[in-house]
Write a protein of this length. Sequence first.
Length: 261
Amino acid sequence: ISEPDSSFFLLVHPLWQSPLSIPGGTRQSPINIQWRDSVYDPFLKPLKISYDPSTCLHIWNNGYSFLVEFDDSTDKSIIMGGPLENQYRLKQFHFHWGAINEWGSEHTVDSKFYPAELHLVHWNAVVYPTFEEAVMEGNGLAVIGVFLKLGKHHEGLQTLVDALPAIKHKDTIIEFDVFDPSCLIPSCPDYWTYAGSLTTPPLTESVTWIIKKKPIEVDENQLEAFRMLLFTSDGEEEKRMVDNFRPLQPLMDRTVRSSFQ
Ligand SMILES: COc1ccc(C[C@@]2(O)NC(=S)NC2=O)c(OC)c1
Ligand SMILES: [Zn+2]
């Protein structure tokens, strides 16, 4: 097969024992973004991003991806504007990627997969007292999605890549002092936005997605470093951490808006 389609993953993908979408789900993620069907919304504001690099805590392998977590006890690292009515606090970021460069992203653009996708996860601390509660609410989370494409070496990403050998196995963690995730976000302000969900259980429909139009470029060695991680714990039979993305979900009664014409 040149490119996986949902039937491929429905049949053989090892990660998906659970239902592929929650029964009655009307706003599931990820989706294909058909560029020509997206609707320009002139009322969408520019997204404002202000992260404090000192809020970075640690990087760890949770057995499905690797994530960098932030101190979200204050409003030091936040986003606002864009499609958002409140400001949202940065909680963590993580990635999804494939075994080969032909696929790996969760969202697709005109049915094209990218080799990987970054998710920067934020929660609405203005309205909800805890992240756990925000996860259950329609306007609880805001996730910035950034596509990764094969190209030149990415200096900022290399800091993360250098830490990966230390978190090869599930449930391994290392301290991460200072990191500014805005170095992973393209400077081009253009994005798509739509109402969606988490892409792993509990699959709750609580995410305002903000998908950057422009990808960042990373090199082959950096993608290969992701693929050296393991789903499995130390001592278990090794399973490479690859293809940790959910199959595409139906758009149903949703419109994808664009911040650009
Ligand atoms: C209980 O709260 C959760 C659970 C899982 C995730 C991870 C994920 O499902 N969500 C996105 S986005 N990508 C993913 O893989 C989460 O992230 C906000 C929050
Ligand atoms: Zn994700």
